[in-house]
Design a protein around this ligand. Sequence first.
Ligand code: BGC
Length: 383
Amino acid sequence: MSRTIKSIVTMLLGMVLALSLGACSAERGGEAPAGGDEGGDSASEPAAASDALIGIAMPTKSLERWSRDGSHLEEKLQEMGYRTSLQYADNKVEQQISQIQNMINEGPEVLVVASIDGSALGPVLDQAAAKGVKVIAYDRLIRDTESVDYYATFDNYRVGQLQGEYIATALDLENNEGPFTFEPFAGSPDDNNARYFFAGAWDQLGDYVDSGVLNVVSGKAPASVDQWQSIGIQAWMAPAAQSEMENRINSFYRGTKVQAVLAPNDALALGIAQALEANGYEVGDDWPVITGQDADQANVRNILAGKQAMTVWKDTRALGDEVAVMVDQIVKGEEVDVNDTETYDNGTKVVPSYLLDPVVITKDNVEEKLVDSGYYKAADLGL
Ligand code: BGC
């Protein structure tokens, strides 16, 4: 081989090598950050969808909705080619913090977090932010920190509004003086959503309480919406709601019956229904109007049996689908879907949010909404 041919071959080989190296780095998402430490920090370089890890932190498996949320989101992301790490924290704040810590160590691109205590995650999420990991607050807002990038949820205020409207319409409060006996409950004091649920409901019912059309016989009506935590049920525990309802019945309802109960979710509604049953209430004229939220299986069965009037359904599949889209947009460096940039101030900043619409379920539309859409099989509901 002549010298000239040799040097042309060497040059061509060099070009092929350079091009293939370039292709590798493009697949990994392009340039390394200026001055960035190559090696250790995989999260600072966007990874290709196929090898990116997504951490999913869920509060508990004990409530049906979170199991559905977790498995649907995991499935969706895996279909899109992501690796996932899904953890449930048994409603224990410390456990959730250490799970998130472990996920951060695994080098995820995005963390999706449904918090237990919305105000307790700032420090651990600061570590995520320092490593370039983006954070989506799932269903519950994460408060008092910069280190949350997006929020995806159902319109929480609207959930409460639908519950309040339902009671107002069922008792025809506009045209009736009453007084109707009424007991309000609120969700877990550490859950930011619970505040919105209560505010939405109280904006529909509070005036009727003030005017005496609704008579809170136990006296457990918060003095204002801001005092909602005074009637909050810690960790949304059904047994706690049951014993609270039993206390109210035993202490205040001797010789009279409760006609409506604001239950902010299905777990509480279940506990309340058990308390009523244990105290001799019977389905029919006796049974109060009880609200709910989540369309849990036992509650939908209760709706069909006349033990709960309604539930507000938040199709966890729709939320999971939307969050999967947001994750994908983040990983690909695209603009992320949001439809509300005003409502959710977490105490440090307004978190750009994607809000979905909740739907009222009564016995009249169980089949159409929950069975025909494949959320439940008819047999799951005894249909
Ligand atoms: C969720 C509800 C759920 C409740 C208890 C709230 O943050 O939005 O859907 O019923 O937590 O887990």
